[in-house]
Ligand binder design. Sequence first.
Ligand code: MLT
Length: 419
Amino acid sequence: LIIDGKSYTLPLVVGSENEVGIDIAELLEKTGAVTLDLGYKNTGATKSAITFLDGDKGILRYRGYSIEELAEKSNFLEVAYLLIFGELPSQQQYNTFSHDIKTHTLVHEDIKKILDGFPSTAHPMGVLASLFCSQTAFYPESLDPNRSAEGVYLSIVRSMAKMPTFAAWAYKNAVGHPVNYPDNSLDYCSRFLKMMFALPAEQYEVDPVVATALDKLLILHADHEQNCSTSTVRIVGSSKASIYSSLSAGMNALWGPLHGGANQEVIVMLEQIKKDGGDTEKWINKAKDKNDPFRLMGFGHRVYKNFDPRAKIIKKAADDVLAKLGINDPVLEIAQKLEEAALKDSYFIERKLYPNVDFYSGIIYRALGLPTDLFTVMFAMGRLPGWIAQWKEMRENKEPIGRPRQIYTGERLRAYVPV
Ligand code: MLT
């Protein structure tokens, strides 16, 4: 950027701290040196006060609170409240929020008929997104773009409340078991685990180690600013579509292997290395092979050029959880060796290829008894409050309908010649 002959090199992050401490938006406005084209408004970029991310420094904060501190000190519902309403809840606010959620954990009985329509081979993520979207039919008032604040709150609470029920039922459909109803005497994660794993004639006790680990994983996935699924939620919601269809659209975006499906790919890769004898050095070299490079899944991130702070927390959690549950998963050792080797290797260091959030999360999910097909569903359960917060912010800011800018690359004008 050159202003009055003076040149500035700035990372193009509007509104964020940067090397020279200048807010670019403010600078542009004050100097009048550059005209912002309002026609480009809301095409791809957006302002948001929810999640701060500094990819160079490896910083992630929800509403100003560090992810490390939240993962250590809060539970998932507190973090959900923080993301959605902007502040950590007081005891009273927390009690009300969790009570309101418990009031809405049941889903309409007809949902079972919809579920019955899916073959057991249906991927649980597709089932989840469809069931979630069907809420628009059960709660048609959600279609009203001018809903009152109370109405919006009710939809938010319903979304948070029914998500574990839909997620567990999507799993039950895949394994061909009857569904379980939510047990409201339990906390959010335990309620989900019981709906997942309890069998009709058996006594089922939720293991608190499993419930706590899941709670932490959900916190770590709760928001990540404008990623693929989040911007999808915002753009679908910007047309004033219902909250349920907007959130369901986010789930569909998350489903893809490049987004939420990445941790599944990591497990497949680690299993492949294990089957091959577990020689991590060999696979590191394969990844560096110029002629036939092998893609190390779970390494590198579009925004983290240092390390993904969530990966550090998850790595420690994986160690703790597997030790507490007395599980010896050889793929954890392979993952640790891969990371160690990569962090010492100039090839990876130069390319800033560090393990990301997906690298260890699949290993923990597996240890918690969750099948691979459920990994994306777990991601969606964690991301739900982030999507809700982003949807709510977009609506409250009265953002215009999203319309990505297009650069036309086709023919200009063709003479019509019948073929
Ligand atoms: C996420 O948490 O959404 C992923 O790391 C992907 C992203 O942020 O682009």
